[in-house]
Write a protein that binds this ligand. Structure first.
Ligand code: MSP
Length: 480
């Protein structure tokens, strides 16, 4: 039977056009989706936008726009950005979709009927940028620890979700499923906090109305995170066939700032609703400027168009996954981006393709056993994909590209006219092209046309069929 693979990104707040941080999670999800596709799996990739709540309402007000019209204008920008970045998602969910809203109300009603929602009063602090509640001890000078802006003091009637009731079940679940919270170093911090005890969660607001009304009290709108998290099942038509086929999610990819919502609140909502839990939540690090998270509210951002305009789509995708381990923070620098584009993509990969193809045009190619390929540890790459170590995968592939370039240099096929060497190199280029496909899909497609192979993991084992190979066009132009 064909294995399935269901990957999600967070749904983004459409309060502005997407930036590098949003692009990062989405590219990583695309890499995983494409990798699983070339392994022959049945993949579903969900992304979308988180459109309710105070934050979006305020952003619309600032522009003096009706909220729905405001988000409707921004959604095409997200879709265009993803198209430009070669993101091959299967569904784009919006939390203003009718089917999503209906499901949120259904889940709220179910949790309420179970006795897991009760009315009370919320008193505490709120950061609209995070759309999150804070206690006094979380704050730094009454400012949000993430956005460094003043939080709002709230005192209002609210419905609460009995999160505290699920403490034991959550702890048991984490213990049984060691890889649920990934990478490992985040696991203990969540375990510790849950062990300290959980407060019930305020899940409704009354002082604005841009949201889903509670089915059991229409004076209240649903807390935006309860609404948003449900996208992961509404996006695959819970409880219909698509849900049955793809749930549980194989991985929710997220940034580390929203781990608590995904590792604690979401599982508790699911347990309360009687739905199986996702297999993994993987939290990546932040792109920073001078060690500060890049975000709109902090002033300095780099949006998707800017990113692409520096080095092009494939080099941008490559850089984001190569430059820093997935899970760790990385300081963004245009210089480093250009350097990798020039030294790694243009010099190493680009030169290998252009040299080998032009040598074949002049000297021909002759089939032989590819001994060169023994220098590449493909099993290790497969394992690294399982642990989301994208930087190491690329490192491994590029070390092999170095080996190939050195092989050309030392075998001197232009002197010896040994066209078997060129077969070994072409067959190795096939493997390189297939393994790089998840990261730089359009470049890989060019290479595959040039050398005449199919992008499919199974092709790695099969010797390259010799077709007509002509000198390749330049894949990456160097940037000064
Ligand atoms: N709407 C919520 C998610 C709901 S999911 C059920 C949200 N949206 S967001 O637009 O603020 O951010 C979405 C994602 O982008 C988060 O995973 C966040 O970590 C990521 N990034 C935003 N800025 C980032 C960086 N500077 N660096 C890396 N990723 C960061 O949160």
């Amino acid at each position: 039977m064909v294995k399935k693979f269901y990957v999600t990104t967070p749904i983004y707040y459409p309060n502005d056009i997407p930036h590098i941080g949003h692009a990062y999670t989405t590219i990583a999800a695309d890499v995983l989706a494409r990798w699983n596709k070339i392994l022959g799996r049945d993949v579903f990739f969900l992304t979308g936008t988180d459109e309710h709540g105070k934050k979006i309402e305020s952003a619309a007000k600032k522009k003096r726009k009706n909220v729905k019209e405001f988000v409707d204008e921004l959604i095409p920008k997200f879709k265009e950005s993803w198209k430009k970045l070669d993101i091959e998602y299967d569904k784009f969910i919006r939390t203003t979709d009718k089917t999503h809203e209906e499901l949120v109300r259904k889940i709220l009603q179910r949790v309420f009927d179970k006795g897991d929602i009760y009315k009370g009063e919320y008193e505490g602090y709120y950061c609209t940028e995070c759309e999150a509640y804070y206690t006094e001890k979380d704050l730094e000078n009454y400012c949000c620890p993430i956005h460094k802006i003043k939080v709002e003091k709230l005192k209002e009637e609210s419905y609460f979700f009995r999160l505290s009731k699920y403490q034991k079940e959550l702890l048991n679940f984490y213990r049984k499923n060691e890889e649920f919270i990934s990478p490992k170093f985040h696991r203990q911090e969540i375990l510790n906090r849950v062990e300290e005890g959980l407060n019930d969660l305020s899940i409704s607001r009354t002082n604005f109305d841009w949201g889903i009304k509670l089915p059991f009290d229409d004076k209240h709108v649903c807390y935006v995170w309860f609404d948003a998290l449900t996208n992961y099942i509404s996006g695959i038509d819970y409880p219909k066939a698509k849900f049955k086929k793809y749930w549980p999610a194989d991985v929710h990819l997220i940034g580390k700032d929203i781990l608590w919502f995904h590792a604690v609140i979401w599982p508790a909502i699911l347990i309360s609703s009687g739905i199986e839990l996702p297999k993994k939540v993987f939290a990546h690090g932040w792109w920073t400027f001078d060690k500060e998270k890049i975000s709109k509210s902090r002033g300095r951002v780099i949006n998707v168009d800017e990113l692409i305009s520096i080095v092009g789509v494939d080099s941008a995708r490559y850089f984001l996954l190569r430059a820093t381990p997935f899970g760790q923070d990385g300081d963004f620098s245009e210089g480093a981006l250009i350097e990798r584009h020039n030294n790694e993509l243009a010099n190493k990969l680009g030169n290998l393709i252009s040299r080998v193809s032009s040598l074949i045009e002049k000297n021909g190619i002759k089939k032989t056993e590819n001994k060169l390929l023994k220098k590449l540890n493909i099993k290790r790459i497969e394992n690294l994909f399982e642990s989301y170590e994208f930087d190491k995968i690329l490192n491994e592939i590029f070390s092999f590209i170095d080996v190939c370039n050195e092989y050309v240099q030392s075998k001197k096929p232009w002197e010896t006219k040994d066209s078997r060497v060129l077969y070994e190199l072409s067959d190795s280029i096939k493997v390189i092209g297939i393994l790089l496909y998840p990261f730089i899909p359009s470049t890989s497609e060019k290479i595959s046309k040039q050398f005449g192979f199919k992008i499919d993991f199974k092709e790695i084992e099969k010797p390259l069929k010799i077709g007509k190979i002509k000198k390749a066009e330049i894949l990456f132009n160097k940037i000064k």
